[in-house]
Write a protein that binds this ligand. Structure first.
Ligand code: ASP
Length: 423
């Protein structure tokens, strides 16, 4: 049975089992034990194994990507295209989100007796998130791209800084063609191949892990909050759905020149991993494997675009940030003029690049934007109860967007290559 079918079975089994457990009652003692001793550890084990591979993969994939692209002109071209793709498609995503939230206006008319308890319940966690926002200023975000210490960057999961280091390392290795650098590149190639082999093993666990992760989440989900915030949740899902089911297929059809159905079928393992882990970084190993082996994206393009994209290309996250900020503005009666909404749009594009690819990675960014526009940052507390579900959905959009980007850019490169041959 192919992997994606097994993962789908795990997915359905996890959701149905979790719903059944929730329906039977979460206060049953065996259920708590089952979650704490079976489903949670299995899910965590899978996540840890995936995260374990992120640092070696990011470094080796980017160094090799750069070395394989080889000449600086081609590198500049592919880098430029990747950046352009990220900015244009993220702008489309945030625009969709802002239009949908302005039409539906989910933040208006929510009774205070719903809002107050939600705020109170999550006060501690939201204060924690709000206190982190001070650390993200625009200037330090830019400066932090260059790591003082690449090992510390890797240890702290600061992937943007690690990517910068890998990029310059790769460029220098490509320029300097000595015996030493060639030996180094061969060793990095070994690291990459070993990592891919390890992913192959870890992914064998995926069907069980996906079932375990989804069981844990659904069995513990707070449905009350979900119904109270139904209009907000619906707005986010509608906007994400439009991006996923309309924008992506259009890009695939017209720029990637592939059938969207073919794409989605082959991308399924990455899509399911993103949905069940809520983390672009944890999904990166699967994303790379899918791009190379299932979508047949040329290695040099796939490695480069997917690795950069896992941290910098977050369509779903940027869209979500826009919708959430406007939802909370509506809720607190803060009127944002069109010009301010354009500002929100631009900040969300940066927010998509700056947010970490971990569960809840966008929450500190949202706290920062709220403060900028005079909206109480405690508002984050209101959405925390539904964040996990929305995180799963936006991460799916983020990861799928990386794969769509790799297909689109590979196609445009294929043209450039044939043009080169003809010339
Ligand atoms: N969980 C998201 C990701 O990893 C980031 C976020 O929006 O919180 O892609």
């Amino acid at each position: 049975m192919p992997l994606h079918t097994r993962m789908l079975i795990g997915f359905v089994a996890g959701v149905l089992g979790g719903l059944l457990a929730y329906w039977l009652g979460t206060d049953m003692p065996w259920l708590d034990g089952f979650i704490s001793y079976v489903t949670q550890p299995v899910g965590d084990l899978f996540l840890r194994a995936l995260f374990m591979l992120v640092v070696p993969l990011v470094f080796s994939a980017l160094v090799l990507g750069v070395v394989e692209i080889g000449d600086p002109a081609a590198l500049g071209r592919i880098g430029g295209k990747t950046l352009l793709y990220i900015v244009v498609v993220t702008t489309a995503a945030v625009t969709i989100g802002l239009i949908v939230v302005n039409v539906i206006r989910p933040g208006e008319g929510l009774p205070p007796e719903v809002v107050q308890p939600l705020l109170a319940q999550a006060a501690e966690r939201s204060a924690d998130i709000a206190s982190k926002r001070e650390t993200i200023s625009m200037m330090s975000m830019l400066l932090n791209i260059v790591p003082k210490n690449p090992v510390a960057a890797a240890a702290n999961g600061d992937l943007i800084a690690l990517m910068f280091f890998a990029l310059v390392f790769g460029i220098a290795a490509a320029v300097l063609q000595t015996d030493g650098t060639r030996a180094f590149v061969a060793a990095v190639q070994g690291v990459y191949e070993i990592s891919l082999k390890l992913i192959g093993w870890v992914i064998e666990l995926a069907p069980y892990a996906v079932a375990a992760l989804l069981f844990t989440i659904t069995a513990r989900l707070g449905y009350d909050v979900l119904t109270q915030l139904a209009r907000y949740v619906g707005t986010v899902l509608l906007a994400l759905g439009l991006h996923f089911f309309v924008v992506f297929p259009l890009l695939l059809r017209f720029f990637g020149k592939v059938s969207p159905l073919w794409f989605f079928k082959r991308a399924e393992p990455a899509i399911l991993t993103a949905f069940s882990t809520s983390s672009s970084s944890a999904s990166l190993p699967t994303t790379l494997k899918v791009a190379e082996e299932s979508l047949h994206v040329p290695r040099r393009v796939g490695r480069f675009v997917c690795t950069l994209g896992a941290t910098a290309n977050m369509n779903g996250t940027a869209l979500y940030e826009g919708v959430t900020v406007l939802f909370l503005a509506q809720l607190f009666g803060v009127d944002l003029a069109l010009s301010q909404q354009v500002m929100v749009l631009m900040i969300c594009i940066l927010g998509g690049i700056g947010a970490a690819g971990v569960p809840g990675g966008s929450l500190p960014v949202i706290a920062m934007i709220l403060v900028m526009f005079g909206i109480p940052a405690e508002g984050i507390g209101i959405i925390l109860g539904v964040d996990r579900l929305l995180d799963m959905c936006r991460t799916t959009v983020n990861v799928t967007g990386d794969l769509v980007g790799s297909v689109v850019i590979a196609r445009s490169e294929a043209k450039a290559e044939t043009l080169q041959e003809a010339a």
